[in-house]
Design a protein around this ligand. Structure first.
Ligand code: SAM
Ligand code: SF4
Length: 319
């Protein structure tokens, strides 16, 4: 079993299965996109499955597939199926922009995917184009419908709130989530790289005040080790807030692997540790396991305040 420096059991692994994406969200990617890693540097599906089985022997039981856009990765449904059947894996989750979900939702459900988080920052078609630089707004709505139809429940919707961009839709989003039976989470715009815009930044306290002026919010608090704080909106319906301008280290139960196989013990970690090299250099599972363990033990916690990684994009980190 892995424990972090705060004695929290680490049982959750986020895997970025690709750095590619079919959208160009203004807070995540430059308009021209980022330079894609060469295909041969991406972990193969077999390597991902092998790594996951090594991680389960260390206590990982929950996997989230992310990206880039995980649904643009060829073989994603097979990957979910393989991961769901790795001994020790209890749940496989997915975070997606939803644009390809109407094609894949059914296959993913059959493959054993447990839950889906969809990222959508506006309910207006013209604004969607501005935020994502894409015309696929209706495809996301179709994806949400399809995911519900095949039984993904509860669907979670993640909204990055930006001043002057979508702050006027905060109440609309809550109404939408209530009417659709979706769990909504507002995310604070996170300062990462040159895409940061101070003028877009909206503290989550402000978002919560706007919601509280219209709905009676009863604080529930954290419902798990994740960073979201939940409020009850009405019976059985909750609203989450994910504050990125704070350190979540003390409760953090997660590890990350980038699409090229770098292990990130902390989101703010400057140095990567390449697992791909270990896999491709003939080490056996037991050796890789010991190296991962020792890597986690020496890790020092970093603060979001000290983080300075101008060349790092969320699409590579996986969120
Ligand atoms: N493409 C998928 C999607 O959009 O859901 C998965 C990858 S995306 C990097 C994962 C999450 O990171 C999304 O919910 C996205 O909104 C969020 N994200 C990306 N950049 C962010 C930023 N600067 N601040 C806050 N959230 C961010
Ligand atoms: Fe793509 Fe997701 Fe980044 Fe948007 S947030 S550009 S959908 S990876």
């Amino acid at each position: 079993m892995l424990v972090n420096n705060f004695n929290i059991k680490i049982d959750y692994l986020r895997i970025s299965v690709t750095d590619r994406c079919n959208l160009r969200c203004i807070y995540c990617m430059p308009p021209e996109g980022i330079i894609n890693k060469p295909h041969e540097e991406l972990l193969t599906l077999e390597e991902i499955v092998r790594l996951v089985s090594i991680f389960t022997s260390l206590g990982i039981s929950k996997i989230r597939l992310t990206g880039g856009e995980p649904l643009v990765r060829r073989g994603i449904v097979n990957l979910v199926e393989s991961l769901a059947s790795v001994e020790g894996i209890e749940e496989v989750f997915l975070t997606t922009n939803g644009t390809l979900l109407s094609f894949y939702a059914e296959g993913l459900k059959k493959a054993g995917l447990r839950r889906i988080n969809i990222s959508l920052d506006t309910l207006k078609e013209d604004k969607f184009k501005k935020i994502t630089r894409s015309n696929s707004f209706h495809r996301v709505l179709e994806g949400i419908d399809k995911a519900k139809e095949v039984g993904f429940y509860p669907l979670k919707l993640n909204v990055v709130v930006m001043k002057g961009i979508n702050e006027d839709e905060i109440i609309d989003f809550v109404d939408f989530a209530l009417s659709q039976g979706i769990t909504l989470r507002f995310i604070e715009f996170m300062k990462l790289n040159s895409l940061w815009r101070q003028d877009y930044y909206m503290p989550l306290g402000e978002v919560r005040r706007i919601c509280a002026a219209r709905f009676s919010l009863r604080m529930i608090g954290k419902t798990g080790p994740g960073p979201a704080i939940y409020y009850e909106l009405e019976k059985g319906r909750v609203l989450g807030f994910i504050k990125t301008s704070q350190d979540n280290c003390k409760r953090c139960n997660r590890l990350r692997i980038t699409s090229t196989g770098e292990l990130k013990v902390c989101l703010y970690e400057a140095q990567d540790f390449c697992l791909r090299g270990l896999l491709r250099n003939g080490l056996i599972d037991e050796e890789i396991k010991e190296i991962i363990k020792s890597r986690i033990e020496i890790k020092e916690y970093t603060s979001y305040k000290n983080w300075n990684s101008p060349g790092v994009y969320m699409s590579s980190l996986g969120g």
